[in-house]
Design a binder for this molecule. Sequence first.
Ligand SMILES: [Fe+2]
Length: 182
Amino acid sequence: MDRDLVATPPLAPTTPTANLHDLMMAQVRDLYAAEKDTVQVLTELARAASNPQLAYLFRLHGSETREHILRLKRVLDGQETRPTPLRNRGKRGLLEDCIELASDQTLEPSVRDAALIAVAQHLEHDEIASYESVCTWAGVLGLHDMAGQLALSMADERRAESRLKRLGESMQARSQRIHTTT
Ligand SMILES: [Fe+2]
């Protein structure tokens, strides 16, 4: 495990989670902070990608993520909740992994592209899980407009993950064909 992560002191609880609404808004705050960081991370991933289609997918999802940030800000404002810095260790770790990989010059380009896809898929899976929880809780609390808005972002995350998965599979299939014919 990374020494810096081990050395990170325990974080204070993100918020008092006295009830489901508090728990949901803690998750929304972390999602908002993480999506803001994700925009920058996606720019780095696009820069690091060798495959132009992969770079395009990262840029495309960067645009979608900017929309997600606006939606989350509207939710925070609507619930009179202030944003906070990202405190979720899992999300922070995933974002750090992306940055580390994007700056790694030691990998062969096609291998790095495969690794970039894998780490970005991890990021998307985490976002999907967070949006699923928030949407479920908003529905339970009768906040149907909020649930509907965040479900739009969740659908984008699912599409982004699926696009990465399909591109990764086609890149691997192509490189396998090249290897078997040489
Ligand atoms: Fe995403």
